[in-house]
Design a protein around this ligand. Structure first.
Ligand SMILES: Cc1cc2nc3c(=O)[nH]c(=O)nc-3n(C[C@H](O)[C@H](O)[C@H](O)COP(=O)(O)OP(=O)(O)OC[C@H]3O[C@@H](n4cnc5c(N)ncnc54)[C@H](O)[C@@H]3O)c2cc1C
Length: 464
């Protein structure tokens, strides 16, 4: 990818206007703030934005949208910076960086949290836990609430409380014409529908209100099983998974053990009666011979640290995703074979089980595309920073692994984990909601100002 500093009349004019419109909140190559803002989870992303705008208010975001439109400079939006495809960084463009908008205000009596558009999962958990409340968040503290919620959002507590987007009550949005609107069930309901699964395609969300749930402590953590027991443990888990109560969430998969060997992880979280929780965790322990057992009672914010060592910022990553109706023996066998062929010992896979509360939401109630029970699988190649060419072998591993699983999967995939190159999956990733989403995209963003967001079906082929 071409690297640039500030070039071009359009960018120079935009920079001039931005420095006047939001003094002290603009960073360009060479500024320390630029380097900090450009750091995202996946350091393999080479995009070099021309300008970062460090937004603090709705008005800042409005200014950036107006300036970008006036000078025809492309935009992107950054929240937690965890999108593996790097959609937060617009090459040669302007980034609306929301990381200064991370406030979280809790209204305990109403069980509502008002969350800034740049907040992370951990920001929200740290604010709600002291009130004995939790929001549905991602599994890892650093993941942004913005990208998660707009793409749908699988949470450790989804079976009981729904996806992140199912818990969104209201959003404040700066639209493509730079107006600020509220979207909720009664105000701009079409926009509210599209925001819950349609990604960042419809505007910049500067604030979100979430429903909270009373949860004091969870019996949670990670069980690691030796690779030699992979098939037995995964088959056992697949069979247990169909009858787990909704108070129990389980994320599972394969991560490297400290000695570098792959290990199967089963990461449960139980929220309910204590003795019953111990009994249910016992069933998971008995799936094999755990080599690590870190399951204990903890608060939700502490639980969010459990995968930190496996998904550090700054490594090089590439990913793919598949949706499976269930974890059949064929899926398990193909997954074990895929890991056996891994090109890097740091690579991992994960399965998020979608069941319970989110399956009871009508398929057309929000833009999210798959309301049937399923397992969402992430395939993530992880390697130490290296020149681009050296990463190709790991990218190929992801593609081949994902292809080997395609015969057992639904045709689409989780939009947040699909890159613009995943053209065979994108057309199916919004299910029957795609036509309505595309119509709303034309209405709310007719000029494609927010085109760096998750790919919508029709747009996939024209994306650069
Ligand atoms: C370590 C890790 C753990 C993960 N765990 C989960 C998980 O448990 N559940 C799950 O569902 N997914 C998970 N994901 C995937 C996650 O959903 C996506 O990576 C998501 O894009 C992250 O959101 P972000 O705000 O951090 O992304 P960013 O990279 O900051 O943003 C990505 C894009 O989202 C849009 N966007 C973000 N915020 C806004 C906003 N406020 N307004 C408008 N548009 C916005 C923009 O288009 C932006 O370019 C995980 C990813 C990683 C790397």
């Amino acid at each position: 990818m071409e690297t640039i500093d500030i070039v071009g009349d359009q960018v120079a004019s935009a920079l001039h206007d931005l420095r006047n419109g939001m003094p002290g909140k603009v960073a360009v190559p060479g500024d320390a703030a630029y380097n900090r803002a450009r750091e995202i989870w996946n350091s393999a992303v080479e995009a070099r934005p021309a300008i970062f705008t460090l937004c603090e208010t709705n008005q800042d975001v409005q200014t950036v949208v107006q300036v970008a439109r006036k000078h025809g400079v492309p935009l992107s939006v950054r929240c937690g910076g965890h999108d593996f495809a790097g959609r937060a960084l617009r090459h040669n463009g302007i980034v609306i960086d929301l990381t200064r908008m991370r406030h979280v205000t809790v209204e305990p009596a109403q069980r509502v949290a008002v969350v800034g558009g740049g907040a992370t999962s951990k920001d929200v958990a740290l604010a709600t836990v002291p009130h004995g409340l939790v929001a549905t968040t991602g599994n890892v503290g650093a993941v942004g609430m913005g990208g998660l919620t707009l793409g749908g959002g699988y949470s450790p507590m989804s079976a009981q409380f729904g996806m992140l987007s199912d818990n969104l009550l209201e959003a404040t949005v700066v639209l493509a014409d730079s107006t600020v609107v509220t979207a909720n069930a009664s105000e701009n309901p079409d926009l509210f529908w599209a925001l819950r699964g349609g990604g960042g395609n419809f505007g910049v969300v500067t604030s979100m209100s979430f429903r909270l749930h009373p949860v004091r402590e969870l019996l949670a953590g990670v069980l690691l099983f030796p690779w030699g027991e992979a098939e037995q443990v995964l088959r056992g888990y697949a069979s247990l998974s169909t009858a787990l109560p909704e108070e129990m969430g389980v994320t599972s998969g394969v991560i490297p053990a400290p000695n570098g060997d792959p290990t199967v992880f089963i990461a449960p979280n139980w929220q309910g009666e204590r003795k019953e929780g111990e009994r249910m965790i016992g069933k998971l322990r008995n799936l094999g011979t755990p080599i690590v057992d870190q399951v204990s009672w903890m608060t939700y914010d502490v639980m969010l640290d459990r995968f930190d060592a496996a998904v550090v910022n700054g490594h090089h990553y590439h990913a793919s995703t598949r949706w499976f109706p269930s974890l059949t023996p064929k899926v398990i066998a193909a997954s074990i074979a895929g890991i056996d062929q891994a090109t890097s010992p740091l690579s991992l896979i994960g399965w998020h089980h979608f069941r319970g509360a989110p399956t009871r939401v009508a398929p057309d109630a929000t833009a999210f595309g798959l309301r049937k029970q399923h397992f969402m699988m992430d395939i993530v190649a992880v390697w130490k920073p290296a020149p681009r060419k050296e990463g190709d072998v790991h990218r190929k591993w992801v593609r081949d692994f994902s292809e080997s699983l395609a015969p057992f999967a639904f045709p689409g995939g989780y939009p947040n984990m699909l890159s613009p190159e995943d053209r065979s999956q994108i057309p199916f990733s919004y299910g029957d909601n795609a036509p309505r989403l595309l119509a709303l995209k034309k209405r709310y963003d007719p000029d494609g100002i927010f085109s760096s967001a998750n790919s919508l079906p029709e747009e996939a082929d024209s994306r650069t």
